[in-house]
Design a protein around this ligand. Structure first.
Ligand code: NAD
Length: 718
């Protein structure tokens, strides 16, 4: 039986067609005279090479770009390429020991060469006799890598059309004569064999051509073109609604226009999703942590392969800049890797109880079906933060995204299923309050993890105590603060304050809208901050453009709410130092999007609405303070407790103050840093439970204690 290939090819990897050497008999295969002639001038048997431009484990769907005598430079799946690339016995796979960036860029360079001709006269300037752009197979690979790295990567040599005995090969004499040329001597070029022998290449696998297509079956995941159709996802497939015809309109923040109609999942459909999860759960829970982890690593890799497409839809869902969306998606891939790695560590403990016969052990058991409800500011990441640790522990999941950003959670569910997570382990229901309520009240949902506002969190806690008792994780709002001490590096503090207020249009739960600045540095801080904010204001606009740094506010209502806060500050006597106005980009497509300029406010007092309530927008308040005690007291003077931060060069002070701030996260000389290894969550009205880190795993298992006594005779106390 042929060994199955379990390779995962990546962009920039090389595929070589290997023809058995002329001395072999059993594997010698028929081929064209051209192929034979190419082999004849090489040291042994390699005669064709292609560049991987679409990676994956599943070789039938891996995509390559290569130069074929019959078709020129084409993009094909590896199975098509195997058929068109000519005869051979093996495909060999090589990875280049170069940075990911260079390998990825080599694939990008290959895309630019699609449609070029086959360079049948092997001219090094990459033009054929008709003067058109042209490549032969290993020249294409060399040139793509050269463009990616900005320098020659693979060596060249003099072209050779002579046999190993030094005789000109008859085939090549006629070949060039037909083109009106002499056989070239002393011309620069390369041969696939020479490329294959490069020290920069490492062999990662091989595959018999004859069995390609039999052992390699799955296709690469590609975000579908009709991504907005059928946004409910149950038992491994997008489904049409049973929602009695109810739906909501999804309006794109970027354009201000309706993008699609999303059918609402009613109670019946929520029940269907929960039943699918319940049915799928035993199979998933029965896998070892290691097996679950392996699939989760595949998820991470597939997210990375699709980062551009997923980030594109995250922008269209949420309005944030493409630059930030890419970071969110890549950090979500890290989350899948992190919990994939931790999955085998979800284990119990063993407790000796004295004597040789008595002991106990604990089992960390999954909870069963978990329900998740998310907010709209980090749609893909929020879904990931809940689903990844839950799945690592062996649970099944039903997730309801926010109706304001319903798309990318479905992409995630589809991608998970594609990577091998059993159908039904992940389900997505769409809708507003009623859908969320149906999920929280369902008796087969054994836990709810929620991200959103305090009032909704309160309602959810009540519902989770109504029909059956279920634990909840609540990631709620905040009114965080940043302290800039007199001994701070003011330039760094300005960067920190910007990070604390203007990421994702200010719609970040940990945002420190209250920036307490020591009186002695308030002028310097304000001047420097305003310079930076004014620069940022020039980069507000279409979030799909790379140069944009602040995109569109999530919806019209929220934009008006943020403007309302700014107005209330003005009316209560504060000074608007900069921004806080609607911005209308010039491009027609995005003119009606919900854009606001970053805002800076001063002259507030601690009773003003803008100082007390969560704004959830790009509004920064500069609040002067006199001394450390005063600052700590005012920072803590809020019903929230999500995050806080401080800038100081005095580390003793920094750690002492960090210990006294009532918040789930404290940032010292930085702000809004986030890493999957670090627990995230709040205290007070900002909620409880933790996402990220090993801490999140605690919330997705229950502990069963098992007492054991192995004595032959159990003593009776009676
Ligand atoms: P929201 O409370 O209005 O909605 C959150 C989710 O709950 C949505 O999916 C919504 O449809 C659903 N929902 C609403 N009413 C419900 C009900 N009665 N039963 C069940 N589900 C219901 O919040 P939002 O406007 O989407 O998000 C903004 C808030 O989220 C802010 O306060 C922000 O600080 C907070 N947030 C917190 C974190 C965190 O990790 N702590 C992260 C992001 C956002």
């Amino acid at each position: 039986m042929e060994k199955e290939t379990k390779l995962w090819l990546k962009e920039g990897d090389l595929v070589f067609w290997v023809k058995k050497s002329s001395t072999a008999t059993s594997d010698t295969i028929s081929s064209s005279a051209f192929e034979d002639a190419v082999v004849a001038v090489g040291a042994n048997a390699v005669y064709h090479v292609a560049l991987v431009v679409g990676g994956g484990q599943l070789l039938e769907a891996v995509e390559v770009v290569h130069a074929l005598p019959s078709k020129g430079v084409v993009r094909q799946t590896l199975s098509q390429a195997a058929a068109d690339g000519g005869a051979g016995t093996y495909l060999e796979f090589f990875a280049a020991d170069l940075s990911v960036d260079v390998r990825y860029q080599s694939a990008q360079a290959a895309f630019k060469k699609l449609g070029a001709a086959y360079n049948d006269v092997f001219i090094e300037t990459c033009v054929d006799l008709k003067g058109q752009e042209a490549y032969y197979c290993c020249q294409l690979v060399r040139k793509c890598y050269e463009e990616a790295a900005g320098r020659a990567i693979f060596p060249t040599r003099l072209l050779n059309f002579r046999s190993s005995e030094g005789e000109l090969i008859e085939y090549w004499v006629s070949y060039f004569a037909e083109r009106g040329l002499e056989v070239p001597e002393n011309s620069i070029g390369s041969h696939p064999q020479q490329l294959r022998d490069s020290v920069l290449l490492r062999k990662i696998g091989e595959h018999r051509l004859s069995c390609l297509g039999r052992t390699l079956t799955m296709a690469r995941y590609v975000v579908p073109k009709d991504v907005t159709s059928a946004l409910n996802f149950i038992a491994g497939a997008r489904v049409k609604p049973s929602g009695g015809g109810r739906s909501f309109t999804f309006v794109e923040a970027r354009t201000g226009k309706a993008l699609c109609e999303v059918p609402t999942s009613d109670e019946k459909q929520v029940d269907e999703a929960v039943r699918a999860a319940k049915a799928a759960y035993p199979e998933w829970a029965a896998l070892s942590g290691l097996e679950r982890g392996k699939v989760m690593h595949k998820v991470a890799e597939t997210i990375r392969e699709n980062v551009e497409q997923i980030a594109y839809w995250e922008v269209r869902s949420n309005g944030k800049s493409i630059t930030e969306a890419r970071i969110d998606i890549l950090s979500s891939a890290d989350t899948w890797d992190f919990y994939g790695g931790l999955a085998p560590t979800v284990v119990g403990e063993h407790m000796p109880l004295g004597g040789p016969t008595r002991y106990a052990y604990t089992r960390r058991e999954p909870l069963g079906v978990v329900g998740g409800i998310g907010a709209w500011n980090y749609p893909f990441q929020t879904a990931t933060w809940k689903i990844a640790p839950a799945l690592a522990c062996g649970n099944a999941f039903v997730y309801k995204p926010s109706p304001l950003a319903p798309i990318t959670a479905v992409i995630l569910a589809e991608l998970l299923t594609h990577c091998g997570i059993p159908k039904g382990v992940i389900n997505i229901v769409q809708g507003e309050k009623e859908t969320g309520e149906a999920l929280c009240l369902h008796s087969d949902v054994n836990k709810v993890s929620f991200t959103g506002s305090v009032p909704t969190g309160q309602a959810i806690m009540k519902m989770c105590a109504t029909r059956n008792i279920k634990p909840v994780t609540l990631e709620l709002g905040g009114k965080s603060a940043l302290i800039v001490f007199d001994d701070a590096d003011v330039d760094n503090a300005v960067v920190g304050a910007m990070l604390a207020n203007y990421l994702t249009q200010g719609e970040v739960c940990t945002n420190a809208s209250r920036v307490f600045v020591h009186k002695s540095v308030v002028k310097e801080f304000t001047d420097k901050l305003l310079t930076e904010v004014k620069k940022l204001a020039t980069k507000v606009g279409d979030p799909l453009l790379d140069e944009t740094r602040m995109g569109a506010t999530i919806c019209q209502d929220h934009m008006n709410k943020v403007l309302g806060y700014i107005d209330s500050a003005r009316k209560e006597g504060a000074t608007i130092l900069f921004g806080g106005e609607r911005v209308t980009p010039s491009a027609d497509e995005v003119k009606e999007g919900f854009y606001l300029s970053p805002c800076v406010i001063t002259d507030t007092n601690d009773t003003m609405k803008v100082v007390r309530e969560e704004i959830f927008g790009a509004v920064l308040l500069i609040i002067p303070f006199d001394n450390e005690e005063d600052a700590i007291e005012r920072v803590n003077n809020t019903t929230f407790g999500l995050a806080a931060g401080l800038f100081s060069r005095n580390m003793r002070r920094a750690y002492q103050v960090a210990a006294r701030l009532n918040a789930g996260t404290v940032f010292v000389n930085t702000y809004n840093d986030v890493d999957v290894a670090v627990p995230f969550g709040g205290v007070k009205n900002s909620g409880f439970g933790r996402e990220n880190g090993m801490a999140a795993l605690q919330h997705y298992t229950s502990i069963k204690s098992v007492y054991v006594d192995t004595s032959d005779k159990l003593e009776s106390p009676f």
